[in-house]
Design a protein. Sequence first.
Length: 294
Amino acid sequence: MAILIDGKKTSQEIQSEIAGRVSEIKAEGGKVPHLAAILVGNDGASQTYVNAKVKACEQVGFESTLVRLEDTVSEEELLKVVEDINENPEIDGLIVQLPLPNHISVEKVTDKIKPEKDVDGFTPSNVGRMALNWPAYVAATPYGIIELLKRYNIETSGKHCVVIGRSHIVGSPMSILMARNGYPGNSTVTLTHSRTVNLSEITQTADILIVAIGKPEFVTANMVKPGAVVIDVGIHRIADTSKKSGFRLIGDVKFGEVAEKASAITPVPGGVGPMTIASLLYNTLLAAEKKVYG
Ligand code: NAP
């Protein structure tokens, strides 16, 4: 049976480290980190995610500002809100919760965020800096995975890392990070996507398999090399009448049978998910301490 890579416990450790640093900042009379989040519309999942981020800020002692806008807000109005936050010296980090309504260009809004405050790591400046191995705000989900590999001492150098999925927020940055010259990194990386031929043959050669495909329980035991490290990014709600809530969460990996074969694996829930918020808080701390752009 594989070692369980516990994202919940690790994220709690990171959050208490951050809270410790906030106490020091306060004691030194410094400025407490301040995160602003913009939420457009009333999408239930987005509200849940933003509320969790605001609550996490409170727990580590950050200040937070939530700006809520109607889904009828114009692109111009939203860009103006971003600009105002860019110029507000009280605010260190800014995130715009996605998705945005169809009439608003995600690219335009992302590009408007000042790179120095882009704690989601989505702007071209931060993606470029990450690719160059310069100090950067790295997108929260890939950064959380890197931190898990590090804290579980997973050897990555010279390993074959296969990433399934090439989204801008997960798969693509993940492949760059695993190939970087450093630890975690120095892997030989194969980035796969929907046009990949013979996916299963490729995944069977992976020492580290990172799955961000967005398809419930897609990866089965026969796709996994014995002893592989398996990181499951997927999150899916499925109906389950035995649960009080009426649903349970599953990932992109068929956990039970893959855990039998892997050497280490992230569960869903409690794996990659909780790390995402810890990474966002960490980036906000970096922003407040001006550690990325100097
Ligand atoms: P996405 O944007 O939908 O990307 C999915 C990727 O999978 C695409 O690159 C797609 O290829 C590829 N793909 C689709 N079918 C495939 C196939 N049959 N074989 C190989 N590749 C295939 O998804 P995402 O935003 O990266 O998210 C992935 C999953 O992670 C979702 O379940 C999401 O909910 C979850 N997620 C979790 C967190 C967290 O904090 N835990 C954060 C973000 C996302 P093409 O590019 O060719 O279409």
